[in-house]
Design a protein around this ligand. Sequence first.
Ligand code: APR
Length: 311
Amino acid sequence: MGRKKIALVGGGQIGGILALLCAQKQLGNAIVFDIPEKEGFVQGKALDIMEMRPSFGGDIDLAGSGDFSKMAGSDVVIVTAGLPRKPGMSRDDLLNVNIKIISDVAEAVKKYCPKAFCIILTNPLDAMVYVFKKLTGFPKNQVVGMAGVLDTNRFKAFVSMELGVSVQDISALVLGGHGPTMVPLVRLATVGGVPLIELLPADKLEAISKRTAEAGTEIVKLLGNGSAFFSPAAAAIDMAESYLLDKKRVLACAALLEGEYGINGYYIGVPVIIGAGGVEKVLEVSLTAEEKAALANTLEAVKKTVAETKL
Ligand code: APR
């Protein structure tokens, strides 16, 4: 069996880290795609990573291209093409520009690698993954949005910082849209099997949930020009790896719901199993009345953005 092929569409901040992680984890040969005007830029990034391979002993190949036809035969496509936020912008402010870009990418993926497992990162996430699915017409198990893994990782990071314990032992789940209405399920979080609610007082838990929901904005403000890129890339690679290695990890992802959680026809963050079949299953968890209300609220936010796509 030859190496797997990964198409990284968008060779900016996140795209570069994705390429690095593909190489370090030996996931497969990766091509970084960008607009033709930036072909040299992505070729430079790919070559730079090729030249660092002796340091970690990797052999996979990386290349950069402005020619989408080179996507042919890709097993996985990870899409970050599109504008990131600047300070003062919400993810929804990106909609009009990014919808056009996602449409172009969807057309190319449909044409050149119609069997690829597609992971979308471009914001506003829940609407962009919806658009990509609509325009490709791919089955729902083949198109997923990266948001929940990142939101959950942020929650876990803040818990570990607060408690001074290893992130490895923290288990948590953040549901909902990728925006300020997301729903960290604090009630279900555990630290080495111990319920988190027994380890921290309510005000601290509230502060961690709030910081999680605003974590992307916190980084946008600090960076001053662009949005988070290391952690989104790492989260997408967890998803790609689970697919390529059929790991069947349970990860929070934006998945198309058809009745689960009482939601129909929208992409929203829920726990799913990712394996060789793509999004193999959506796991449903019973929610309290308060959590249900929070999920209804985040769904409204997603619906509003999706309505603006007019698709
Ligand atoms: N095809 C391919 N690449 C494109 C296209 C297109 N049609 N349009 C734009 N791009 C490229 C840009 O040229 C740029 O190199 O997408 C890249 C985006 O990179 P950055 O601007 O550095 O943005 P990044 O931080 O990587 O975020 C990308 O992911 O998390 C989201 O909100 C974020 O929507 C943003 C996306």
